[in-house]
Write a new protein. Structure first.
Length: 647
């Protein structure tokens, strides 16, 4: 656990401190700060200088661009796609919908890079996009004045007449759309491509993935284990959990060490499985550190006899008014920035939740010295509420956050009590939201596996009877730490048997993790103002309701009409909420709605990685006959006949 920072005020012993803050109605937005201790991913002895929108900042080796910006107090990092609303950092990894930036110089820029997955490097140049003349003063934000007229599908209805004017409409719409411009100069980096075959591919190196690889590796299988993070076991980094007689970090380190000693195990970090195809053929994108004479990215085309999917789960938000303000993020993201990077994302914290897991965030933020922490729990009974109260954390049961307050950043929230309908204003500069967990089932769906709805967790999980893959851990709907490890070990044994190897005897270690479960499904809270379901494409709850009124019943039609889940994040945060709202609008159950079809890639991949070395003349090589030199000597004029040069 991250220790309390010396010299900082201890958490309050009662709710009095928070009440004093709340009675003021608003609070000055305090800059996020790097704590003096903590941050298991960063190396404080190696500072990194970087710029954002031309302004210099400093971070540490191991930071992401997002964590470094938060540590320097930068809250607004982007503008939204359609309304040009100010947006901050919402997530921790690939699920981040808002923090898209352009990296590098104008002539060699990489647009639409996700700040949460961009590792900080000394000299990194980053700038905001989709804003003019600046991020702070964006004239495009004036489009919000016309927001009632530019709802979902407005372009189908508004720009149909006169027909000859469409090219002018298109030019204006493209200029307003929120993606960065493509670079104009040739890419100076080069890319690599590799083909491989293995017995078992394990996608994800969390507790479940490590446990699966360990059992299959002990059986003697050839294994490739890949994870999108720069280190394995990222989910337990800095966590106070215990596995067996050791901490979760110690257990993970021992498993990683044993895997390293096995000669038939290949470990890939910073590697994302972006596509799953027929016959266990997968494509992985490996992002390599920038060094001289080394490829920038490597595309793996890999065929495995058996695939284990251990991709974990993504915490989903809850929809409420003005839920897009900078300072609103998922509870797991706030906890991750604290554990991994030693960044306290806010001083006055409200945690809004509908399940047990959000309480861990409240406890950890209070332990490192947040000035006030208040939990808003929509449930009437909670196992963790009493423990939180003993720790000096104020808890409001039967309550919901109905709206955020602020302009360029969160300053307070409106909280409504369900029993009597009373509202109160809580001052805060950080709102952590925990609305449950969505298993990351994209690869299973890409491989034509079906999903089934599990009422207890209010989420879709892989249907084992229709999938060629073995799912394990949180992506299989098993969120408790001990269950993840047990599920992973069983998956590893099953994979070993499927390739003809007897698995070793094993016993899953007991584990003590963060509380999970006891979920009360809550998708949306009534309130005044925009209630965003898809934060990247500015899709609101009103857009979904209008689509239902206009007769859109299929989730695929809803997706295309409203652009729900069609951004570069592929709806990782908002899709399930959108499905629930559509189901409610047309009066059917969520399982009957189904899900959209997930398509590759899972995360964006550069065109350079796809092309690899097949560029320029190598993309379409010339073929010449044995007599070519003679033809040149005789002055022949050549024509292209396919790839052949013929005289």
């Amino acid at each position: 656990m991250v220790q309390h920072r010396a010299g900082h005020r201890q958490p309050p012993d009662s709710s009095a401190g928070i009440a004093q803050v709340c009675t003021r109605g608003t609070c000055n937005v305090s800059q996020s700060a790097r704590l003096a201790e903590g941050g298991v991913w960063i190396d404080r002895t190696q500072p990194c200088r970087f710029t954002f929108d031309g302004r210099p900042y400093t971070g540490f080796s191991g930071d992401t661009l997002a964590s470094a910006l938060l540590a320097n107090g930068v809250r607004v990092v982007a503008r939204s796609f359609k309304y040009h609303r100010p947006r901050g950092i919402t997530g921790l990894g690939a699920e981040e919908p808002c923090a898209l930036v352009t990296l590098g110089r104008a002539d060699l820029a990489e647009p639409n890079a996700r700040a949460t997955t961009t590792l900080l490097e000394d000299g990194l140049q980053a700038r905001s996009q989709n804003c003019w003349p600046s991020l702070k003063h964006d004239l495009g934000s004036l489009v919000q004045l016309a927001a009632p007229a530019i709802h979902a599908g407005f372009y189908y209805k508004t720009f149909m007449w006169p027909r000859w004017a469409w090219p002018w409409y298109e030019k204006g719409l493209r200029r307003m759309a929120g993606l960065g411009p493509a670079p104009q100069s040739p890419d100076a980096d080069y890319y690599d491509k590799r083909y491989a075959v293995t017995d078992v591919l394990v996608v994800g190196a969390g507790p479940a993935g490590l446990a699966a690889a360990l059992i299959a590796g002990r059986a003697g299988a050839r294994i490739v284990i890949a994870d999108e993070n720069p280190v394995f076991a990222a989910s337990v980094a800095g966590a106070p959990n215990r596995i067996g007689d050791s901490t979760a970090e110690q257990w993970a380190a021992s498993v990683i060490g044993e895997l390293a000693s096995l000669p038939r195990v290949t470990r890939l970090t910073r590697t994302t499985a972006i596509g799953a195809y027929d016959h266990n053929f997968l494509v992985l994108n490996e992002r390599l550190p920038r060094t001289e004479r080394a490829p920038r990215e490597r595309l793996w085309k890999l065929r495995a006899r058996q695939v284990i999917i251990a991709t974990g789960a993504t915490e989903r938000p809850i929809v409420f008014a003005r839920n897009d303000l900078p300072g609103v993020m998922t509870a797991s993201a706030a906890r991750g920035y604290l554990r991994r990077f030693g960044v306290l994302c806010g001083r006055h914290v409200v945690v809004f939740l509908n399940n047990e897991s959000g309480y861990a965030t409240a406890h950890e933020l209070a332990a490192v010295g947040a000035d006030s922490v208040c939990v808003v729990d929509c449930r009437s009974v909670s196992e963790s509420a009493a423990l939180a109260a003993k720790a000096g954390i104020r808890v409001l049961l039967d309550a919901t956050v109905s709206g955020g307050i602020g302009s360029n950043g969160l300053r307070a929230v409106e909280v409504r009590t369900d029993k009597d309908g009373r509202t109160q204003r809580l001052a805060c500069d950080l709102l952590c939201v925990s609305g449950g967990w969505n298993p990351n089932t994209h690869l299973v769906s890409q491989n034509r596996g079906r999903l089934r709805w599990v009422e207890e967790i209010a989420a879709f999980v892989p249907d084992a009877s229709t999938s060629e893959f073995i799912s394990a851990g949180a992506c299989n709907g098993r969120f408790a730490l001990g269950d993840c490890i047990e599920d992973g070990m069983n998956a590893g044994a099953l994979a070993a048997r499927s390739v003809g190897l007897p698995p070793p005897a094993f016993t899953a270690p007991g584990a003590k993790g963060e509380p999970v479960g006891n979920l009360r499904p809550l998708w949306i809270v009534l309130g005044k103002g925009h209630r965003f379901v898809d934060l990247q494409n500015d899709v609101t709850a009103a857009d979904i309701a209008m689509a239902a009124d206009e007769g859109y019943r299929s989730v695929e039609h809803l997706k295309r009409y409203t652009t729900l889940g069609m951004g570069t994040d592929q709806g990782k945060l908002g899709n399930v909420n959108g499905l629930a709202l559509l189901a409610d609008a047309i009066g059917i159950a969520i399982p009957a709605i189904g899900t959209t079809t997930f398509h590759p890639p899972y995360t964006p991949v550069t065109v350079g990685a796809i092309a690899a070395l097949e560029t320029g003349e190598q993309a379409n090589p010339k073929r010449r006959t044995a007599a070519h030199a003679c033809h040149i000597r005789d002055g022949a004029v050549f024509i292209d006949a396919g790839q052949w040069e013929r005289p």
